[in-house]
Design a protein around this ligand. Structure first.
Ligand SMILES: CC(C)(COP(=O)(O)OP(=O)(O)OC[C@H]1O[C@@H](n2cnc3c(N)ncnc32)[C@H](O)[C@@H]1OP(=O)(O)O)[C@@H](O)C(=O)NCCC(=O)NCCS
Length: 168
């Protein structure tokens, strides 16, 4: 990992071959190998992100979120962890999980406490309020299933690295 000028990166574990771009704020989280985290991404403590993921710019990932391997998170995606937020007092953390090979389209919001199924595709601008089944394509506010996509051919590390592009 290259030293960054304008980032805050504290107590974060980043596995080999991952690229963290500048102007990120990462603390207390864990990032797997071959994963790319673009600029202006904010990741809170206890979040885990798997291998071979791509996190595009301006993504917010709070405590309670687990992202498995080979997941794509589009630009401006917002995860949440408190269903009834207030500025002060107690609150209840709801956990969210994104299963492997899922893709989340640009500008989507993921309400807390949901599971996005393996290889599911969330269309751009969706608001996910419920669990999404494996392979489902969902769009809209609230997000509804509009179709299904084929499961991916399993890719080994080398293929994934080639496909995700070592440079941009
Ligand atoms: C959901 C998605 C996969 C559908 O793609 P597609 O299967 O090629 O479907 P089409 O573009 O032909 O659209 C089919 C219908 O769904 C609608 N639609 C497409 N995307 C939509 C979305 N995100 N939200 C709501 N409706 C959508 C279209 O308007 C069209 O409606 P119609 O049948 O009434 O004309 C795609 O539009 C999408 O949102 N992809 C994510 C893009 C993204 O965020 N990429 C991030 C990398 S930068």
């Amino acid at each position: 990992m290259k030293p960054t000028r304008y980032s805050i990166i504290k107590n974060t574990k980043v596995a080999r071959n991952s690229r963290i771009y500048d102007q990120v704020n990462l603390y207390g989280c864990k990032i797997g190998k071959n994963t790319k985290v673009d600029a202006f991404v904010y990741i809170e403590e206890k979040v885990t992100i798997g291998d071979n993921c791509k996190i595009r710019p301006f993504v917010f990932i709070p405590t309670g979120v687990v992202i498995e391997d080979n997941v794509f998170i589009g630009p401006n995606v917002t995860f949440t962890n408190d269903k009834h937020p207030r500025s002060h007092g107690d609150w209840t953390l709801l956990n969210t999980r994104v299963r492997k090979f899922a893709s989340i389209g640009a500008g989507s919001t993921i309400n807390p406490g949901v599971e996005i199924g393996e290889n599911a595709l969330v269309g751009s601008g969706s608001v996910v309020t419920k669990n999404i089944p494996a392979n489902a394509i969902v769009v809209g506010v609230p997000a509804r299933v509009v179709g299904y996509r084929d499961p991916p051919a399993e890719m080994d590390d080398t293929q994934v690295q080639k496909r995700s592009g070592r440079r941009r």
